[in-house]
Design a protein around this ligand. Sequence first.
Ligand code: ZN
Length: 168
Amino acid sequence: MNVSANRVVTLTYRLTNHVTGETIEETNETNPLVFLYGVGSMIPDFEANLSGLNAGSAFDFSIAAAQAYGEPMEEEIVMIPKNVFHDESGKFDEAFFQVGTLVPMSDGQGHQMRGRILEITEEVVKMDFNHPLAGTDLRFEGNILEVREATAEELDHGHAHGPHGHQH
Ligand SMILES: [Zn+2]
């Protein structure tokens, strides 16, 4: 059975920075990626490169940043008044909020996002809300472990169930 729409794919991969070779993420057979193919849950080029592969197939492909998480955008770097980060006692927790820290935040509409602290001054915290992989060319190397038909329930939910899929 090959990888195509409405099938559940189990695979392992190593994600590296295509330019530097640095490992970004790695899965293995005890903790593989399991997903419902063809519903847009993955980067489109990631799915396109897996199309038609069978269980047991190996893959090795690269996706340019623009087709993956996009290029970093200047408007995603924002200055936030320091008092936004104050705790209940009105203090800025310097031990927690440090340059490089990823901070979960929500906007006025309640959307969740993560920002990385770039700089902390007396008045403001400069944060980068670009995706951590924005601007990075990605290389995926791995193996297809299993391909199966999705169940009616999985298709209805739009995601894979099972040991490594959604549990509910
Ligand atoms: Zn479900």
